[in-house]
Ligand binder design. Structure first.
Ligand code: BES
Ligand code: MN
Ligand code: ZN
Length: 477
């Protein structure tokens, strides 16, 4: 989708639709006059009241060049923030493209830099569809989106980079696991790196064996698809060095501790953390933050086979700790800890990981908040601030030392699962044991990386959560 900002007036805009924000109990006076009281009328008839995501359409509006005038409900003006703007723009795009609109303009008043950015992001995110592999695609796409405001072109470009990067993540997550294997994920990450000017290094099985990544390799051993550790580097002149680490399980059958058949097809999204990191690195390559950022994506497939890891197997992680694999379905943490140790050896000073790690986080927080765990308050605050400014809902979860009791193994340093309770916390605690005191934040995105139902402003399927938080974190470092 092409996007732009134009500093002009509504009547001059040529577009298939021009969208006007309507707050509860306020009427856009000039347009109301121009249209001989259309806004008065839709409110009087009860057709429209300005509630969030309510729309009314006037065809061939008098005095405007645009083909349609669209009233977009925004709720009360004092509650309208960036997240609400993203939703309205996304919903406008999704509503209008169904009726064939190809060019949409959105009217903002004044120099609303933040709202201009949010509108462009929302429009690009709303335009995304998941039917790329249907022979006859149902989805029509909007070709151009213009914000009428005095914001700068740089603001618009920044927003487009961010949202296109989030959509790259969503495309990766949407790919089926027969196509998006660990090798294919590595190829796509490398292609992005070449295109955007990032360094890319891909560690193969031999190299990982040589290094001693027994924890990661144990998960990978049951699959014919070879594992890779994907490393992308953005270099800046900084003393701090941020690592973004993403779980890249391209398919999670559970292994020998196999998952139920029902719903297993969804486990193609078990690489959503890795995809979020790849999307974020694309934006980082373009936006050039002042801090060095290294991305690490352990990419494996968790399969059942004659060669698969067994419950009870003991593996040795890169940092030397031994792990008793009590459940082969708790594989995400096993691959993450070797990536974390490798990141530390590369000299990173701060780490964030994103992982579709546990069903337990879905029980705790539903599909609303990302679960956030940290071993360092300053790092936690940075990530929470980034999430807040990007409108990504995140909730701080506990990681007290008492939870250590839940992780006891008779035969190795650690088991890979805790008991029945606090499953998201014990998973996070397990990872924490491998951070060696490097400031670290863990995002459990199992409940938020995939939308089971479409929203008015977003297609059903991959959400691209954490991309904007990662980029914001790097940009404001
Ligand atoms: N990939 C799953 C977690 C998951 C569950 C992601 C639902 C998305 C939706 C993870 O590898 C897993 O299987 N976790 C187990 C851990 C358990 C064996 C301790 C779980 O949550 O059941
Ligand atoms: Mn699993
Ligand atoms: Zn998994």
């Amino acid at each position: 989708m092409r996007t732009s900002v134009e500093n002009t007036s509504a009547p001059a805009i040529e577009a298939d639709a021009i969208v006007v924000l309507c707050f509860e109990k306020t009427i856009p006076a000039e347009l109301n006059t121009l249209t001989s009281g259309w806004f008065d009328e839709i409110i009087a008839t009860g057709e429209f009241s300005g509630k969030p995501l309510e729309f009314a359409i006037l065809h061939r509006p008098a005095g405007l060049k645009a083909k349609r005038l669209v009233a977009a409900g925004c709720g009360p003006a004092d509650k309208f923030d960036g997240a609400a703007m993203r939703r309205v723009a996304g919903a406008a795009v999704r509503n209008l493209k169904v009726s064939g609109a190809k060019s949409i303009a959105l009217l903002l008043e004044g120099d609303l830099a933040k709202q201009t950015a949010a509108a462009i992001e929302g429009a690009i995110l709303g335009n995304f569809e998941t039917d790329t592999r249907k022979s006859e695609r149902e989805a029509k796409e909007v070709e151009s989106f213009t914000v009428i405001s005095t914001a700068t072109a740089a603001i618009a470009d920044h927003a487009k980079i961010l949202a296109d990067s989030q959509n790259l993540t969503r495309d990766l997550v949407n790919e089926p696991a027969n196509i998006l294997t660990p090798g294919e994920l590595a190829r796509r990450a490398q292609a992005m790196a070449v295109e955007c000017g990032l360094d890319c290094e891909i560690l193969d099985r031999d190299r990982m064996k040589q290094l001693g990544m027994g924890s990661l390799l144990g998960v990978a051993q049951g699959s014919l698809e070879p594992p890779y550790l994907i490393v992308l580097r953005y270099k800046a002149e900084s003393t701090d060095h941020l690592a973004l680490i993403g779980k890249g399980v391209t398919f999670d059958t559970g292994g020998v501790s196999i998952k139920p058949a029902d719903g297993m097809e969804k486990m193609k999204y078990d690489m959503a953390g890795g995809a979020a990191v790849i999307g974020a690195m694309r934006a980082i390559a373009h936006l050039k933050p002042k801090v060095s950022v290294t991305a690490l994506i352990p990419a494996v497939e968790n399969m059942v086979s004659h060669n698969a890891q067994r419950p009870g197997d003991i593996v040795t992680a890169l940092n030397g700790k031994t792990i008793e694999v009590l459940n082969t379905d708790a594989e995400g943490r096993l691959i993450l800890v070797d990536a974390i140790e490798y990141a530390r050896r590369l000299g990173v000073t701060h780490m964030v990981d994103a992982a579709t790690l546990t069903g337990a986080i879905v029980v705790a927080l539903g599909h609303v908040h990302v679960g956030v765990f940290a071993n360092d308050d300053a790092m936690l605050n940075r990530v929470m601030a980034a999430a807040k400014s990007q409108g990504e809902k995140m909730w701080h979860m506990p990681l007290d030392d008492e939870y250590k009791e839940y992780l006891k193994s008779s035969f190795a340093d650690l088991p890979n699962i805790g008991g029945r309770w606090g499953g998201a916390i014990t998973a996070a605690y397990f990872i924490k044991e491998f951070t060696g005191g490097t400031p670290w934040v863990h995002l459990d995105i199992a409940g938020t990386a995939w939308l089971d139902d479409a929203k008015p402003y977003m297609a059903k399927g991959p959400s691209g959560v954490a991309v904007r938080t990662f980029v914001d974190l790097a940009m404001n470092w």
